[in-house]
Design a protein around this ligand. Structure first.
Ligand SMILES: Cc1cc2nc3c(=O)[nH]c(=O)nc-3n(C[C@H](O)[C@H](O)[C@H](O)COP(=O)(O)O)c2cc1C
Ligand code: SF4
Length: 407
C-alpha cells in the first residue's frame, strides 16, 4: 500500500514530508525545497536536539542522542537509512521513498557527515529508481558521502537495527546480541548509526526550516508530524501525515472514514497495541501508554465489529512466531506456544486456565531475546487480552461476540 491519501478540506491532518508534487524527481525537489544548507556535524546534532526529533522507526528514541553517541566514538561511522519496513501493515516508508526520496537522501547526507559510507537499506524491488536518483544527485554534486543501496529481505525482523547492520556488512539480515551498542561498534568494528528513512526526511526538513517550524506541529512533548499507514475497515486505505496528538477519528476520517462500526483499533502495528475506537483519542505516546500502545511506526488498523479481535490477534501472533529469527529461547519455544495458546482461545477450544497461560507465557518471553521481537509480540497479545476482555469471557463459554461470527 503506497498511495498517499488526499485528506478532505478542513481535515486536521498536516502535510509536510508529503506536501508538493509527489513525483520523486530531483528538479521538483530542488524547486520546492532548494539545496541543503551547509552544516557541520555539531550543528546537525544541535538542530535535532532543539527540534525534539525522535525516531519514526518504532522506538521513538531521541535522534540527537544517537548522533552524539556515534560522534563520540571518534571514528568514521557507517550510516544506514533503514527503509526495510518489514511490518506488513506499514506502507509509509515505501510511500516516502516513492514520493519524496530526495528528502531521505538529504537526511542521510546530514546524518553521514564525516562518515566512511552511507547506505540506503531498502527492498530490492525499489532499487532501480533509487539508483537512478542517487546517480543524478552525484552528477549534481549534492552528495558528499557516496550512497550505496543494500537489499533488505522481505522479513519482519530484517529491519531491526542489528539485522540491518549485519545485512550491510554482507551477512544474513538477522538480529544480533547487543553486548556492545552498535553506535560504538557495529559489524566490522565501525560505529554504526541506523535511522529510519522517515526520521532522516524530517532531519532534512529541520535543516532547512528550523526547529521552531518543526515544533509548530505535534505536541510540546512529542513535536512534529508522523506518517501513518491506515488500513482495515476504512474507505481509502493509505498513508496520511499528521502531527502527534492528532485525534484517532481525524486519521480515520482522512482515510475516507470507517466503512462499518469499529470494535477497536490496532495502533503501532504488529508490535503495537489495541485501543478503543474512540474518535477523540490522541495518537501520542503520552495518551496511548495507558493502553500499552504507542504510535510506533504509525500503523493504524481499524477492526470492524463483525471481525473477532482475538482471532485477528491470533493470526498476527502466528505470523510473528513464524518470522522470528530462531536464535533465542523465547522465539524458538515461547512465541509458538504463545501463538498456539491464543489460537486455542480464539477458536473457542477453551480450557479454564487458558487466559492465565497466555499471560504467563507473554511475561516469560519479555526481555529475554537478543532483540525486542518477543517483547513486541507479547505486548500486542497482552493488549488484546485487555482490550477484548468481554470476548475472552465469551470464548471461554464457547461463544463469540463478533457480529459476523457463528455463535
Ligand atoms: C523486530 C523488529 C523489527 C524492526 N523493523 C524495523 C523496520 O523495518 N524499519 C525501521 O526503521 N525500524 C525497524 N525496527 C526498529 C530498529 O531496530 C531501529 O530502532 C530503527 O531503525 C532506528 O531508527 P529510528 O531511531 O530513526 O526510528 C525494528 C525493530 C524490531 C525489534
Ligand atoms: S529475540 Fe527472536 S527475533 Fe530477536 S534475535 Fe532472538 S530469535 Fe531472533
Amino acid at each position: 500500500m503506497t498511495s498517499v491519501v488526499e485528506a478532505p478540506p478542513g481535515s486536521r491532518v498536516q502535510l509536510r514530508l508529503l506536501a508538493g508534487t509527489h513525483d520523486g524527481r530531483l528538479d521538483s525537489h530542488l524547486a520546492q525545497h532548494g539545496r541543503l544548507p551547509v552544516l557541520d556535524a555539531a550543528q546537525v546534532i544541535g538542530l535535532a536536539r532543539d527540534a525534539g526529533l525522535t525516531g519514526r522507526g518504532g522506538a521513538g528514541f531521541p535522534v540527537w542522542r544517537k548522533l552524539s553517541a556515534v560522534a563520540a566514538a571518534g571514528r568514521p561511522p557507517v550510516v544506514i537509512a533503514n527503509g526495510a519496513e518489514g511490518e506488513p501493515a506499514s506502507g509509509k516508508d515505501r510511500a516516502l521513498l516513492t514520493y519524496a526520496p530526495n528528502l531521505v537522501l538529504d537526511g542521510l547526507q546530514l546524518a553521514a557527515l564525516g562518515a566512511q559510507s552511507a547506505v540506503l537499506y531498502v527492498p530490492a524491488a525499489a532499487h532501480r529508481p533509487l539508483q537512478t536518483l542517487i546517480d543524478a544527485r552525484r552528477r549534481a554534486g549534492l552528495d558528499r558521502v557516496p550512497v550505496r543501496l543494500v537489499a533488505a529481505p522481505d522479513a519482519f525482523v530484517a529491519g531491526e537495527e542489528t539485522a540491518a547492520a549485519a545485512a550491510v556488512a554482507g551477512r544474513g539480515a538477522v538480529p544480533a546480541d547487543k553486548l556492545v551498542r552498535i553506535t560504538e561498534s557495529g559489524p566490522g568494528g565501525s560505529p554504526t548509526l541506523v535511522q529510519n528513512v522517515e526520521t532522516l526526511a524530517h532531519l532534512a526538513m529541520i535543516a532547512r526550516y528550523g526547529p521552531g517550524w518543526f515544533r509548530a506541529a505535534g505536541t510540546a512533548d512529542e513535536p512534529g508530524t508522523f506518517l501513518a499507514t491506515i488500513s482495515g475497515a476504512v474507505a481509502s486505505p493509505g498513508v496520511v501525515e499528521a502531527g502527534y496528538g492528532v485525534a484517532l477519528g481525524d486519521l480515520i476520517s482522512a482515510a475516507g472514514g470507517a466503512t462499518s462500526a469499529l470494535s477497536a483499533v490496532l495502533v503501532g502495528g504488529y508490535h503495537g497495541g489495541w485501543v478503543p475506537a474512540a474518535a477523540a483519542l490522541p495518537v501520542s505516546r503520552a495518551a496511548l501508554t495507558a493502553y500499552g500502545a504507542s504510535p510506533g511506526a504509525g500503523v493504524i488498523v481499524a477492526l470492524p465489529r463483525h471481525a473477532c479481535g482475538l482471532m485477528e490477534t491470533a493470526r498476527i501472533a502466528g505470523y510473528l512466531a513464524d518470522q522470528a529469527a530462531g536464535q533465542c529461547g523465547p522465539c524458538v519455544n515461547g512465541l509458538p506456544r504463545l501463538a498456539s495458546t491464543l489460537t486455542d482461545l480464539a477458536h473457542r477450544r477453551a480450557r479454564p486456565g487458558l487466559p492465565a497461560e497466555v499471560d504467563r507465557l507473554a511475561r516469560l518471553v519479555t526481555g529475554r531475546g537478543a532483540c525486542r521481537h518477543p517483547d513486541g509480540t507479547a505486548r500486542l497479545i497482552l493488549s488484546a487480552m485487555h482490550a477484548f476482555e468481554p470476548d475472552v469471557a465469551a470464548h471461554l463459554a464457547g461463544r463469540c461476540l463478533a457480529a459476523g461470527a457463528s455463535r
